[in-house]
Design a protein around this ligand. Structure first.
Ligand SMILES: *Cc1c(COP(=O)(O)O)cnc(C)c1O
Length: 461
């Protein structure tokens, strides 16, 4: 196995101090947070691996671009600059900005829900995507390959659609009742796992044969393209730009949280290949939801920074280091015997807490217990991706059981060093050593939607 990890393709020009706390302080802080690190203050976190969303460092070119921001309400120069970059990357005709990914989702997804009883099918819906599908009155069905759930077994493209099941689902529900097929690249909820071009092409063929719209949920499309280049035959010599272009060619609509591969702190993208009517509907609908269609909830300066960030995220030196950092943390954990989703994906290392803590039942959220223990150990903030996040069945209100109980250690872009990742690895390995002593958690307060953000928990005694 390749044990070389590329050094940073940048040098540090500005620093932000971070503070280590004592274990005693962290015991109190965690209790006050309701055993839910989402409620911690960031100042009480030493290394913050909650998310890679909007937490990356901007380049000096992005900071310089901020100064060019045109804050005109309508027809901003910054809009046109960003539009040009997005048209160039996607080859699509239309672009509308949104304040972030979920803003794009709330505008676009309801346009496809034309009657009751419809469903979206995705390799795996991200949590806000699922929420917007449900708010639009549709159902979200996941259709990923089974290998995705076999965390210890290597598969180069664990984000792939299960094509046979996709055909069966369309047949069983009737193509008219499928509102859209959502290609999530990379597959965030399963560990940032890539999807192969071959699989996406076949998925696209199936959708087209049934006249079903295809939507790319492409928050991390550049990371996906880099995996394709590394792992898929025939793509070794293609540029990230070329591979991405081919991906966009397979779909009708591209939704993006620009807080990921946009290398920006805020922003969202709606791009539409050629459907004039859909574009007109989205342009009308975005005004009351996000704002006038040339700013859509973004400032002019943020659009400038995003225009630069989107291009930087396609650079191979950047992507190689980015993915090497994730691989480094993954290798350190695997070498110590910690069960992780293997191979690691593009933005995070996912620790398999079902395997790690089989003594904690799914509705006492084993991964949340591990997350809390890792915070206590070293002030590192991770996040649960499992049954706690999945929530309840909308009909029966029963807790849904997630096939995976994962702790996500999410690496922000260009933010931490390999030495920081050593602190993280040491903390997780220490918790792993006393995994049998960990106890589950239950609810003290549970909100009705997206409960993982604001719930208060308590340890099971
Ligand atoms: C982050 C993300 C979203 C939502 O985007 P926000 O910018 O957080 O609103 C949607 N889909 C995927 C795959 C994501 O990773």
């Amino acid at each position: 196995m390749d044990k070389k990890y590329t050094a940073e393709p940048y040098r540090i020009k500005m620093v932000e101090p971070i503070r280590q706390t004592t274990r005693e302080e962290r015991i109190t802080l965690l209790e006050k947070s309701g055993f839910n690190p989402f409620s911690l203050r960031s100042e009480d976190v030493y290394i913050d691996l909650l998310t890679d969303s909007g937490t990356g460092a901007m380049s000096h070119n992005q900071w310089a671009a901020l100064m060019r921001g045109d804050e005109a309400y309508a027809g901003s120069r910054s809009f046109y600059r960003l539009e040009k970059v997005i048209k160039d990357i996607t080859g699509y005709r239309y672009f509308i900005p949104a304040h972030q990914g979920r803003g794009a989702e709330q505008v676009v997804l309801p346009q496809f829900v034309t009657k009751p009883g419809m469903s979206f099918i995705s390799n795996m819906h991200f949590d806000t995507t699922r929420a917007h599908v449900e708010l639009a009155g549709a159902r979200a069905i996941d259709c990923v390959i089974d290998e995705c759930f076999e965390t210890q077994n290597y598969h180069p493209f664990k984000g792939n659609f299960h094509l046979e099941r996709l055909r069966e689902l369309i047949k069983a529900r009737g193509a008219d009742n499928v509102a859209g097929i959502i290609m999530t690249v990379t597959n965030n909820s399963a560990g940032g796992q890539p999807v192969s071009m071959e699989n996406l092409r076949q998925t696209s063929d199936i959708a087209k044969a049934h006249d079903i719209p295809i939507i790319i949920d492409g928050a991390r499309y550049a990371e996906n393209a880099y995996f394709v280049k590394q792992r898929e035959k025939g793509y070794e010599n293609k540029s990230i730009h070329e591979i991405s272009k081919e991906l966009f060619g397979l779909a009708d609509v591209f939704l993006m949280s620009a807080k990921k591969d946009g290398l920006s702190n805020i922003g969202g993208i709606i791009a539409i290949k050629e459907d004039d009517a859909l574009f007109e509907r989205c342009r009308t609908y975005i005004v009351p939801m996000e704002g006038f269609p040339t700013y859509g909830g973004m400032t002019g300066r943020d659009m400038e920074a995003l225009a630069v960030g989107l291009q930087e995220a396609l650079e191979e030196d950047y992507l190689r280091h980015r993915l090497d950092q994730v691989r480094y943390l993954g290798d350190r954990l695997r070498d110590a015997g910690v069960p992780i989703q293997h191979p690691v994906g593009g933005h995070a290392v996912f620790v398999d807490c079902k395997t790690m803590c089989p003594h904690i039942p799914f509705d006492q959220f084993p991964a949340q217990s591990v997350v809390n223990a890792v915070y206590l150990e070293a002030g590192v903030r991770a996040v649960e991706i499992g049954s706690f996040l999945l929530g309840r069945d909308p009909d029966t209100k029963e807790n849904l059981q997630s096939p995976l109980e994962l702790m996500r250690l999410t690496i922000p872009r260009r933010t931490y060093t390999y030495t920081h990742l050593d602190v993280v690895a040491d903390a997780v390995i220490a918790v792993y050593a006393r995994r049998n002593e960990l106890k589950g958690v239950t609810f003290e307060y549970e909100p009705p939607v997206l409960r993982h953000f604001t719930s208060r928990l308590k340890p099971v005694t």
